[in-house]
Design a protein around this ligand. Structure first.
Ligand SMILES: [Zn+2]
Length: 240
């Protein structure tokens, strides 16, 4: 049957009238989904139509059931994935940018200090300062050194630097760890979503192939019938 584009179809689920481009033929719904729909709506028929919004809702429920069955209770991570599939929005984001945006001033300073503390620049500067200090107090200010041998003041300064540097580096490390955790969580979500989408696509493709095969067999049957009829008619017409 040929349908006009502006013709209104009735969705079997919400019973509302919808345009042809807002509905999908019941035949195109995958068997696994049909099973689920029939549980809630026993009078479902593949001859009718279903609107995309309802189909999307069933699809989300189906995927959620599937994941729940395999993983047990769902965490917020998995629920986020479900929501993004339902709303058909992107899940991918740049974790680094997000993480840097939420950093406080103290955390930023800690990062900068840790970065400088672990560089050749720091080692060079420090070597120059220490050697300079020792030379000043041994040669230049030999007569009136402010920190004579064995450089006790220098010792104190170095201890203080070490005492401050350790917690700052730890702070920066904690932040790095938090960032890594966030990144791995995000990777997990993307992987889960990709896996579910691919499975969904696979099922859909199988369903379409099977349906097309069925159609092909039907068409072939009709052609055979026509040919048989033709074969039966022709000799009679020729002879008559
Ligand atoms: Zn509907």
């Amino acid at each position: 049957m040929i349908r006009k584009p502006h013709e209104l179809m009735i969705c079997q689920i919400c019973k509302e009238k919808k345009k042809l481009n807002e509905v999908l033929s019941g035949e195109l719904v995958r068997p696994s989904l049909v099973e689920m729909i029939q549980k809630k709506y026993p009078d479902w028929s593949s001859e009718g139509f279903i609107c995309r919004a309802d189909l999307n809702r069933f699809r989300t429920d189906y995927i959620q059931n599937l994941v729940e069955k395999e993983m047990g209770e769902l965490s917020t991570l998995e629920l986020d994935v479900m929501r993004s599939m339902k709303d058909q929005e992107l899940l991918s984001k740049n974790v680094n940018v997000e993480f840097d945006r939420t950093a406080t001033i103290g955390e930023r300073v800690a990062d900068k200090v840790a970065e400088f503390g672990g560089s050749w620049g720091f080692i060079t500067t420090f070597t120059v300062v220490i050697v300079g200090w020792i030379i000043m107090n041994s040669i230049v200010l030999f007569l009136r050194p402010f920190d004579p041998y064995p450089f006790i003041l220098l010792n104190l300064v170095l201890s203080c630097v070490a005492a401050f540097q350790a917690p700052i580096i730890m702070m920066s490390q904690n932040r790095q760890e938090a960032k890594d955790r966030l990144r791995s969580e995000h990777d997990y979500q993307i992987n889960l979503k990709a896996e579910l989408e691919i499975r969904h696509l696979n099922e859909k493709l199988d369903h379409l192939l099977a349906q097309q095969w069925q159609r092909l067999v039907e068409i072939q049957q009709i052609q055979m019938d026509l040919m048989e009829e033709l074969a039966r008619k022709t000799p009679r017409e020729l002879g008559g």
